[in-house]
Design a protein around this ligand. Sequence first.
Ligand code: GLV
Length: 316
Amino acid sequence: MKVALVTSSMPLAPWQHGIARAFSEAGLAAEVVPWEGRQPRSAIGARYALVWLPPAELFEVEHDLEVVFNLGAGVDRLLANAVVPERLPIVRLVDAGMAPRMAEYVCFAIARATRGLERFGPGGLRDWNASRPRGKPPTVGVLGAGAIGSKIAEAAAMFNYPVRVWSRTSRAFASMESFAGLEQLDVFLAGSNFLVNALPLTRDTENLLDRARLSKLPEGAHVINVGRGATIVDADLLALLDDGHLGGATLDVFRVEPLPDDDPYWSHPKVIVTPHLSGPTPVAPAATQIADAIVQLERGVPVSSLPGYVDRARGY
Ligand code: GLV
């Protein structure tokens, strides 16, 4: 069996080794063929493609493909580019080690803001009596209750923050307040001192956080975006930071990436920009998840029952 590997901007070698290793551990006799940069561009006869932002040519040439595995959690760009023929099912990664990393990033961003950590460091405070903020813990509101959002919510709860979660459809969390559907979004926002976006980007979530919605956040709220940039209307977020309603923003994802040099976020005094690093895909667990899924498929399990099966109508 042949498997095509397309990593585009992600480094090829660790993926090639990681996938080969996971396949051999899972007892899969498969040859992993890096697809990019091959000459001539003829079909290798791959049945599975493991891809990150693949070229359309892959699908024009490889006619034996049965399933496409996305080497990341988000499939928004894969679907937006419409390169994957409709007939081909797509499976994305579910957590695969990304969720704890993202939860760590979010909790650090919260701690940095609530404890005033930005006061310290070279050129900063050298004061043993510096204030130690001890007010009422802020409420953390997490948008998204999938593998990533729920891990972020659990991590924040572990640090004793009151946590609330909003999802598109209803979900019950025993230990935290849950909100569901657009009709409950405003009331969810009104009680979120930290708003964490962990939603996938779909038709429903694009521009979801506009001026009207962001204005519902309490005075001084802080927005953390680890989902996708296009869920937030940037001009609206900037306006609310400028007029003092919002206290700050920690942004890891952007509508255009890399964030253009002249983007106002770079120099905004209330904004921290990080270069889409909150949840890099860890190769080993991701490779194991894919190998396990292929084992299931080879046993005849329907692709639609795999965790991470992408419902194209839903957009994730
Ligand atoms: C990263 O952004 C991913 O989608 O995995």
